[in-house]
Design a protein. Structure first.
Length: 244
């Protein structure tokens, strides 16, 4: 059986690109997303490429949903790879205007959920002989300047530190946990925003990162990355690799 990956938020955007990239690299995939039609559509594309796939409607903030994701990966013979990609800002208003339950939900989505799902796959991965976990963080979790969504930035910063803190999983479980922290990625929504910017705004901004470049970094880490590695990606520059 092919090796099996889990991609959260895999129905669209970067998650979809990663799921399809993993399929091209020979992985069956569990595509987990709140948008069930999108998850199913991505899974169908993977199956058209000759690889097994499951599309699941999942809220990664729900423990029971995460156990279903792990069970689906086990049904496909895994899990061997987990990509914690699901994430996002607090809708409409941010901290401190957002209510406590609103900004706490953002921290849950971007930090607590990846921590929990990572914990749930550790023993199954060890039983399969090891595996790789890739956390998708953000440049919003790097630096000391003001940021539009403090709760999102704090969660992504936590995800980066969480990854680096667990380099020992490679020796204890045979699991390599790594992280990619990209800046603005050239996905559809970002391209629309880019087109709306004037020439001065564009000149003051870094170029958009091609999604294929992020997928390439993810696949390279899956193949041979060292546990605890964090890769920063900034438009127009080579990736910055922080290895333990």
């Amino acid at each position: 059986m092919p090796r099996t990956a889990i991609v959260t938020g895999g129905g669209s955007g970067l998650g979809r690109e990663i799921a399809l990239g993993l399929a091209h690299a020979g992985y069956g995939t569990v595509v987990a997303d709140l948008d069930e039609p999108a998850a199913q559509a991505c899974a169908s594309l993977i199956e058209e490429r000759g690889m097994p796939a499951r599309g699941l409607c999942v809220d990664v903030r729900r423990h029971d949903d995460l156990t279903l994701v792990v069970a689906a990966a086990q049904d496909l013979g895994g899990p061997h790879v987990l990509v914690n990609n699901a994430g996002g800002w607090t809708p409409q208003r941010q901290y401190p205007q957002a209510k406590a339950e609103e900004w706490a939900a953002t921290i849950n989505l971007n930090l607590i959920a990846p921590m929990l799902l990572s914990q749930l796959v550790l023993d199954p991965m060890r039983q399969q002989g090891g595996g790789a976990i890739i956390n998708i963080a953000s440049s919003g979790g790097i630096g000391f300047e003001s940021y539009g969504s403090p709760e999102y930035g704090a969660a992504k910063a936590g995800l980066i530190r969480f990854t680096a803190s667990l380099s020992m999983l490679a020796s204890s479980h045979g699991v390599r946990m790594m992280c990619v922290a990209p800046d603005w990625i050239g996905l559809s929504r970002a391209r629309v925003q880019w087109e709306r910017m004037n020439a001065d705004e564009r000149a003051a901004s870094r170029p958009l990162i091609p999604p294929a470049d992020v997928v390439a970094v993810v696949l390279d880490l899956v193949r041979s990355g060292a546990g605890g590695t964090v890769v920063e990606m900034w438009g127009g520059d080579q990736p910055i690799v922080h290895a333990p």
